[in-house]
Design a protein around this ligand. Sequence first.
Ligand code: ADP
Length: 397
Amino acid sequence: MEEFILVLNAGSSSIKFTVFSIDQSAPQAVIKGQVDGIGSRPFFIARDNSQQVIAELFLEGDLVDHRQALNYLLDWLETHLPNGKIIAVGHRVVHGGPNITEPVLVDEPLMDTLESLTPLVPLHQPHNLAGIKAIAKTRSSIPQVACFDTSFHRTCPDITDRFGLPEALYQQGIRRYGFHGLSYEYIAAVMRAKTPEIADKKVIIAHLGNGCSMCAMDGGKSVDTTMSFSALDGLLMGTRCGSLDPGVLLYLMREKKMNVDQLEQLLYKESGLLGISGISNDMRELMASAEPQAQIAVDFFVYRIRRELGSLVAALGGLDALVFTAGIGENSAQIRHRVCEDAKWLGVELDDQLNETNNHELACLSLPESSVSVLVIPTDEELMIAQHTLKLIHARK
Ligand code: ADP
């Protein structure tokens, strides 16, 4: 019987999934898909590893929650893989708090800890946990592993962990956690395997997708990062604002009478590229647009990277490599070009021809004389989760 690992990333109204075959030496993604519109009009889609759609349908009936959606997915997998067995489920969990430094097998005490962190990330954590609870209820014999976006940053020096707020608030958990850790961990691992000569040096990774952040790594470990208490901080994103003077929030509350829900909607959903352009959160659309506001949004996006890059170089005390990843970082030669132009003062010399012709693949894009290597490394958070899950399952045996 063929063995598989199911990787889940559960959001508020969607569950993304990847099925990995583990018969080869390394996990191989064989099916990817998602259930969207949970709670409204759920739609299920699955593709094989050549991107062919193998199932696509609106789910009839009152499939209202994550549990029912996951039940449908597991039933579908059992029919679709008649000679296969899901031997474990790995979950992306956004928050592991200040003390969890690596992936963990799910048990009741862990669930209690993760529940207690929900107030820190109310928009994400409950959905991640709903996925875990759903599997525990309907397929209780399948072991589950939780992998965290925060864990990779637990190596950051204590001094980077703070805001300038009273110590009591720090002790209560108001601190800089950092996110996108599974992506950074994957890239650190790829660098160790493919570019060992720079993997342990001073590296900044720019994860530029819908969510955007940068991570400074020294010796392959995170030493600082742009997202902090929440996934709002740092760079400008698709719909999130990035760094913001907290005085703006006080003003909006006092003068515009905005409440928490309105602020949350503004900061998470209506700001960023979308908010500035008034057109779209999609970088491709903005770059193709002739509207001046689209141009301003893209210019500000690049400027914020310039500022944060300088700040992280200062934190590292130098720079040996700059790595681009995620949707924009892997695909947009123009954004990479602009970021590298801004970073020329650091000794960054981009090979424009290599940059233009790169098609979303691992490559070094800098000129030989560049004192900073510029790399594109496509990220794969799901594979990272599958690897962790497999390792923990084997360790358990
Ligand atoms: P998520 O954070 O949701 O995983 P992705 O990493 O897929 O998102 O990144 C989505 C972003 O990547 C969108 O802004 C999209 O416009 C952008 N993107 C994808 N391809 C290109 C491209 N060829 N040029 C510019 N931006 C691109």
